[in-house]
Design a protein around this ligand. Sequence first.
Ligand code: MN
Ligand code: MN
Length: 487
Amino acid sequence: MAEKKSNAKDKKKKDQPKLKTLQEKLTVKYPNLFDLTDAATLKQAYAYADQYKQFISAAKTEREFTALASQRLEASGFTPLQAAGARLKPGDRVYQPLRGKALMAAVVGQDLCAGGFRVLGAHIDSPRFDSKPTPIYEDSDLVLMKTHYYGGVKKYQWTTIPLALHGIAVTQDGSAVTVCIGESESDPVFTFSDLLIHLSREQLQKSAAQVVTGEECNLILGSRPLADKGDGRFKLQVLALLFDRYGLTEEDLVSAELEIVPAGAARDVGIDRSLIGAYGQDDRVCAYPSLTALLDLPQAVPAHTCVTLLSDKEEVGSDGNTGAAARPYETFLMDLLARSRGSYDELAFRHLLEDSCMLSSDVTNGLDPSFASVSDPRNSAYLGRGMAVCKVTGSGGKAGASEASTEYMGAVCRMLKAHHLPWQSGELGKVDAGGGGTICKYFANLGMQVLDCGVPVLSMHSPFEISHKLDVYYTYLAYRCFLEKFA
Ligand code: MN
Ligand code: MN
């Protein structure tokens, strides 16, 4: 009996190392980043998170992101491409805003573009509400603003929270006026009302998509009338305030771009401050690392030309003259090649696009334990396990997807491994649970190799999206590594 037991023990001992060896050799694991991160790196990651929070608190719209990022680029020695002269040389840093709503920037490589571009592409528009062309009206002694939602939103999430008004309008003399109300402590905020629970018996029987409808999202602007008695005095008082402060009339609002976004700054979430809560982390949580990866390139000239593209209109399909499907992004790359070579050759440019490699930097869903049923736990990304690499996005039978090739994805993952940069595999929910796309396919359509990689988030498209500080930092490191090292 004793003998037998000892044999079993020996066998167990012998098996254990083999099991462990085989596990390490044959299986894939995505450990929690806290288990891989030393104290010094943790400190850097949290400092990076603070800079990120500060940036996205100041740049909530595509226009604000473009303006602030352009300032940062200028401060780091980037010059407008059009002013850069006819010939670019290795190490030149150039950028080009696109209609104030999107941005392209590059560092010219040693090979003067000959080996293809290394591109990071993210989008800087986020779901929100826009003002309608004739927005302001009074009803029941209140002044309200008609709105039109932009992108995919659960409208009920946007009621009864403080909202801010950001945007731009052009006055009758053609000058542009910037509007931002609701962000400073002394500013008023705005809000969409929702029905009181006491009278919601009928509302609560509706499907969630109908609980609050688009036409019920009317922004409360005020309730104090002009002292003069007469029709429309509540609305006129608000118009008078807008005119006094911004010189805007009702006619100017027809063409205005006023965006309604959640008021307030990005915050730490959790008693351990390990998470970040903010509006519009889709996709500024990838756009900021894509920008800083380029800004923080070392002074040594990179082998290949490194490019960051920050596009608009992703949340509504990437169309229009600032969306990723538009030609100006291609034109920027063409311009880089022409100025690097001193001549333009269409065929050479087409081949160059085919030799180019891109990371499509966009968020994916992290598995939410409170709503786990929509995710495949074996294939979902998890908060805190690193940048999520998605071989394929789209919906249904991979419809609308650009799938990265095994050769390209394998090469990117091997590069990350070689530089000890953790990553995890991700997908946008269970097959047939829904789905979604990124700007990936528009650049893949040009012939580039493109792979979706980004930060996993919770509560995507809500007014308060959640990311993990270490995911954000390691995504930044991975993007930088890609620009510097990807052959
Ligand atoms: Mn996105
Ligand atoms: Mn989105």
